[in-house]
Write a protein that binds this ligand. Structure first.
Ligand code: HMG
Length: 397
């Protein structure tokens, strides 16, 4: 694939979801909420639920596989860096990327590392990748962002869980989005959302997290403009990190209040495009969420070639970044729209009881050896733990 000469950016982008799905109507029926709170209030209709034999490794490798299939052997040999972004790590020492690298059959001449800063780290991976490619344009960097969002059962955060992955390839003359050099940054040591080492579920102060997200957006935008970034009017579409889709709407309203007061609701909705469509049914996928928003935008709208997209990445704690890219000609034929629709539609509805069982299984099994039941419909499965080692295998599909 070839794009704008000499530019660097996203050459390919693909997604994967966990195999089960829970409609938020089911959750509402059990916890007494009105379904409108979920469908309208937070803008979420479903969430993907990971099976026993799925984790960030299987989801991440599943997202990357179509990229490698399309690129063939020449791509495989050009990938000398694999960056795995996640906050649902499976080991305190060994990178989830090393497991994914093995499942994907990549060659040994590869540097692999896992990155963590809540939902932000895939953007850190992207920035590192840009530097690697700038130094040697022959390099292709594979970035995998995969997460399973977990909050305590019966807590307000429960409706904003999810399980999905995005994978993207960073290279020279990218086929999808050429990234521009100016970025805006904003970091702040805040306790809005975090997960201590002894917990499998996040601790969150919901209201504080919304405030911190919006303040970070303002900070990152102001820094972007101070650094010579484009005026608001020159940015055609906006993609936001989406813990729930309503957050992106709130964020865009906030940015417009700051940078384009007077812009009406219809114009603001056009600027978000179709970027909310995947996240609305997949749920929060933490590190992957922004890039699934970008994928949904590209899948859902023709005629974006040459248009500028603004991207806002937020990771609680917090680190955030605003940056832009230019959509490349020919993108519509490359974004696998039918495959994404099929992935979403093929998920198996899970009963409320099974969803709760799956949720508690992780803590119940901690520290033990066990085998998982065969449930995933993805290309790879987590077979269980044997002698303290996590075992993975391809499935038949
Ligand atoms: P809550 O406090 O139970 O909900 O949980 P609420 O009472 O605020 O209601 C939500 C919205 O629904 C409100 O709209 C209600 O008015 C509306 P708003 O006033 O905000 O516009 N509503 C209804 N609408 C229609 N029909 C109805 C109805 N009832 C109510 N019948 C909360 C919401 C988001 C706090 C909770 O789900 C939560 O704690 N989630 C987790 C935290 C989170 O997602 N934070 C987002 C920002 S931080 C971030 O993005 C980072 C993150 O991804 C982690 C990372 O970086 O790794 C989370």
């Amino acid at each position: 694939m070839t794009g704008m000469s000499g530019s660097i950016g996203i050459d390919d982008l693909a997604m994967a979801s966990a195999s089960h799905v829970l409609d938020l109507r089911v959750l509402a029926e059990h916890n007494g909420s009105e379904v409108g709170k979920y469908y309208v209030g937070i803008g979420q209709s479903q969430m993907s639920v990971a099976t026993e034999d799925e984790d960030v490794v299987t989801l991440g490798a599943a997202a990357a596989r179509p990229i490698l299939d399309r690129g063939g052997e020449s791509l495989r040999s050009s990938i000398r860096t694999l960056l795995f972004a996640t906050e649902s790590g499976i080991d305190q020492s060994k990178s989830a990327g090393v497991y994914a690298h093995g499942l994907l059959g990549l060659g040994p001449a590869c540097r692999i590392v896992e990155l963590k800063q809540a939902c932000y780290s895939a953007t850190a991976a992207l920035q590192l990748a840009l530097g690697i490619v700038a130094r040697d344009p022959r390099e292709k960097v594979l970035v995998i962002a995969a997460d399973i969002a977990r909050y305590p059962l019966d807590s307000p955060g429960e409706a904003t869980q999810g399980a999905a992955a995005a994978a993207f390839l960073v290279g020279q003359d990218p086929a999808l989005v050429a990234l521009e050099p100016v970025t805006g940054l904003h970091s702040d040591n805040v306790h809005d959302f975090w997960r201590p080492n002894d917990r499998s579920e996040a601790i969150v102060d919901g209201k504080r997290s919304l405030g911190s997200y919006l303040r970070s957006l303002e900070g990152a935008w102001n820094d972007y403009r101070d650094r010579g970034g484009r005026p608001f009017e020159e940015i055609d579409r906006f993609c936001y990190h989406q813990p729930f889709t309503k957050m992106a709407v709130k964020a865009h309203d906030r940015l417009c209040r700051l940078a384009a007061p007077g812009l009406d609701a219809q114009a603001r909705a056009v600027q978000l495009g179709r970027s909310l469509e995947l996240n609305r049914v997949l749920g929060n996928s933490y590190t992957a969420s922004l890039y699934l928003g970008l994928l949904a935008l590209l899948q859902g709208e023709e005629g974006l070639e040459g248009r500028r997209v603004g991207l806002f990445s937020y990771g609680s704690g917090s680190v955030s970044e605003f940056f832009t890219g230019i959509v490349q000609p020919g993108y519509t034929g490359l974004v696998r729209s039918a495959e994404a629709r099929e992935t979403v539609a093929a998920r198996t509805p899970v009963s409320y009881e099974r969803y709760r069982d799956l949720h508690t299984l992780i803590d119940a099994r901690a520290g033990q050896d066990y085998e998982t039941v065969r449930e995933t419909t993805g290309p790879f499965r987590f077979a269980g733990v044997q002698e303290k080692v996590r075992r993975y295998e391809p499935t038949a599909s």
